[in-house]
Design a protein around this ligand. Structure first.
Ligand code: IMP
Length: 178
C-alpha cells in the first residue's frame, strides 16, 4: 500500500517496515555494545513507542529493566505545546542507567519534560533513543538524544505506533501526510 486515507486525509509511504526493522536491529547492536556489563532501565513513552519498544527490546541482549511513562502533548496534527502527564515514571531510578525510548522527537517539549523528571531522581546516566527525529522542528538542543533511527523532514507522519487523531498506530509502515 503506497497511499492510505485516515480521517479523510491522504498519506504516502515514507518508511517500510523492513527498513524500520533493519535500523532497529542496528540500534539494538549498538546498545548491546555501549551498555555491556550494565543493567539499564528502558522507559518507553506511551502510546507512540509501543511497537518500537517491543521490536527494539527483542534485539537487546543485556540484563535490563523495562518501564513506561504516558504523556500527551498533541491534538490533531499540531503540537498543543502543553504536556500532560497521565501516568508517571518508575520511582526508583536513583543510580540507574536510564534509556528513554521515544517514537518521535518533534519540538522536543515532551522529551525535555520527561528528562527533567528523570534527572530529579539522580540516575547514574540518561540517554534517549528515538525512532524518528524532526531536526527542523526541535526548539532547543537535547544532548541526551544519542540514538536516532531516522531523521525526517518536518512533516506529519503516521503508523508504526504513531497516530493521527487516534488512528493509524497499528500500521506496520510509516506514512507522511500529503
Ligand atoms: P514533541 O513534544 O513536539 O517533541 O512531540 C512529541 C510527541 O508528539 C510524540 O511522542 C508523538 O506522540 C507526537 N508527535 C510528534 N510529531 C508527530 C507526528 O508527525 N505524527 C504523530 N505524532 C507526532
Amino acid at each position: 500500500m503506497n497511499k492510505i486515507n485516515i480521517h479523510q486525509k491522504e498519506f504516502e509511504i515514507l518508511l517500510e517496515n523492513e527498513t524500520i526493522c533493519k535500523r532497529t536491529r542496528l540500534i539494538g547492536i549498538q546498545l548491546n555494545v555501549d551498555y555491556e556489563g550494565r543493567c539499564p532501565i528502558f522507559i518507553g513513552v506511551l502510546n507512540g513507542s509501543f511497537l518500537f519498544m517491543a521490536d527494539l527490546l527483542k534485539e537487546v541482549e543485556l540484563d535490563c529493566e523495562i518501564g513506561f511513562i504516558r504523556v500527551a502533548s498533541y491534538q490533531g496534527t499540531t503540537s498543543s505545546g502543553e504536556i500532560k502527564e497521565t501516568f508517571g515514571l518508575p520511582e526508583d531510578l536513583a543510580g540507574k542507567d536510564v534509556i528513554i525510548v521515544e517514537d518521535i522527537v518533534d519540538t522536543g517539549l515532551t522529551l525535555q519534560y520527561i528528562l527533567e523528571k528523570v534527572k530529579a531522581q539522580n540516575p547514574a546516566s540518561i540517554n534517549v533513543c528515538s525512532l524518528l527525529f524532526k531536526p527542523a522542528a526541535l526548539l532547543s538542543p537535547i544532548k541526551e538524544l544519542t540514538y536516532v533511527g531516522f531523521e525526517i523532514p518536518n512533516e506529519f507522519v503516521v503508523g508504526y505506533g504513531l497516530d493521527y487523531d487516534g488512528l493509524g498506530r497499528n500500521l506496520k509502515d510509516i506514512y507522511r501526510a500529503i
